[in-house]
Design a protein around this ligand. Structure first.
Ligand code: AMP
Length: 387
């Protein structure tokens, strides 16, 4: 495929059309912005830059030219993307020499942080090599796509949840040598998909399934539990208020939760939303309906994942071994399940009365359950179109 390197116009890579998005000047400013932040952090110690290949090669080269302190460059190659959606799977193709990391001040250079799957893998692998300190720098950061809670220490530029190529970033290996950033042209941008609540008790698999559906259907994912954990980790005022409730397995009071969710649906271009962990009380459901109506939106469905209680407890105890969540222990799990029945389950009736309740068997492999959810979603869409 041919493209004019100096003219910003629509281009085609493989089967997809991309349009100009971020020009060279803006990129250069973002790069020097990152370089300055790292210089301030480095002090008098040389940092070891871990360049994450392939995507970061241009970013790292340009950053190297404007970074005015001592630095060492190491290269790490990972692969995570297939096509335009994250597969969630990350493989190491070229590993790092542990000697170059141990006891050093390490800064990871990422081109983009999207879901955070790659980043999580990098952080886990690098921590095992015992750096003196580990920081993350990313030229681009998509806060709306990010599902993890690691802090991105040095950000060049925040961008909306668009699929971008150029300046090192690719679509199936093409587009890396474009000097500007292009974004996928989305003809269906304003076509609404579906706004729904993925419902179920703790351990039903809401988070796992929502993340897959979000990637497959291009939806925005809102998980109040993740949002609270993020606030707690960053010790924000909201995090401080919520912490004690969450540790005990109690619900965070409605006022706090509602306040947090208010800002969230402000982007007019979102295709649809998956709510996970919200609403958890009828009062929250009433509030959500009102909030959606103010934005000219409506909840299309509540889809409940059904899983027997013994299995839920088993899953949560299993998750507790690795999740690091203080609420995944036996006593708190029982309390959370009790609260689910007492406070959250009535939300089902609330949406049943509106004819929006759907039930899905949550027992089976991740893929099986996902297929059941996709079937229900496409039925809802078909029904809406017929109306
Ligand atoms: P989750 O990650 O959905 O299991 O949520 C973890 C914890 O966060 C819950 O046990 C509650 O303490 C709190 N939480 C999450 N979402 C809500 C909500 N909508 N209302 C009240 N508390 C919530």
């Amino acid at each position: 495929m041919h493209f004019a390197k100096n003219k910003m116009k629509t281009i085609q890579l493989h089967d997809k059309i991309f349009e100009p998005y971020i020009d060279r000047d803006k990129i250069a400013r973002a790069v020097s912005n990152v370089a300055k932040q790292i210089e301030a952090y480095a002090g008098d110690t040389p940092v070891v830059f871990v360049v994450v290949l392939k995507g970061s090669f241009i970013f790292a080269a340009d950053l190297a030219k404007v970074y005015n302190k001592d630095a060492i460059f190491e290269f790490y190659r990972l692969k995570s993307y297939e096509g335009t959606g994250s597969t969630g799977e990350v493989k190491i193709l070229v590993d790092l020499d542990a000697k170059q990391i141990k006891d050093k001040k390490v800064v990871v250079l990422e081109d983009i942080v999207d879901t955070g799957n790659t980043l999580e893998k990098i952080i886990q692998e690098l921590q095992a090599k015992q750096p003196a300190d580990l920081k993350i720098a990313s030229l681009f950061y998509k806060p709306k796509a990010y599902t993890k809670s690691y802090e991105i220490d040095f950000v060049g530029m925040e961008i909306p949840n668009e699929f971008i190529v150029g300046y090192g970033l690719d679509y199936d290996e093409l587009g890396r040598n474009l000097p500007e950033i292009y974004k996928l042209k989305n003809e269906k941008k304003n076509e609404k998909m579906i706004d729904f609540i993925l419902f179920g008790p703790p351990g039903a698999g809401k988070g796992t399934q929502a993340k897959i559906l979000k990637d497959k259907l291009g939806l925005t994912y809102i998980a109040t539990g993740d949002m609270f954990r993020h606030h707690i980790k960053n010790e924000t005022p909201l995090g401080k208020k919520a912490k004690a409730y969450i540790q005990k397995g109690d619900l965070v009071p409605d006022e706090i939760t509602i306040d947090m969710i208010k800002e969230i649906i402000s982007d007019p271009d979102i295709k649809g939303i998956i709510f996970d962990g919200f609403p958890r009380t009828v009062r929250q459901a009433e509030f959500l309906d009102k909030l959606m109506a103010e934005k000219d939106l409506i909840i299309d469905a509540l889809i409940a994942l059904e899983v027997p209680e013994e299995r839920l407890i088993k899953r949560l105890l299993e998750r507790g071994k690795t999740s690091g969540r203080s609420d995944d222990n036996e006593e708190t799990i029982k309390h959370r399940l009790h609260l689910y029945h007492a406070k959250t389950e009535p939300v089902k009736d609330y949406y049943q009365k509106q004819g929006k309740y759907h039930q899905v068997n949550g027992v089976g492999s991740i893929e099986e359950v996902n297929q059941r959810l996709l079937d229900v979603i496409s039925n809802i869409k078909l029904r809406e179109k017929a109306q």
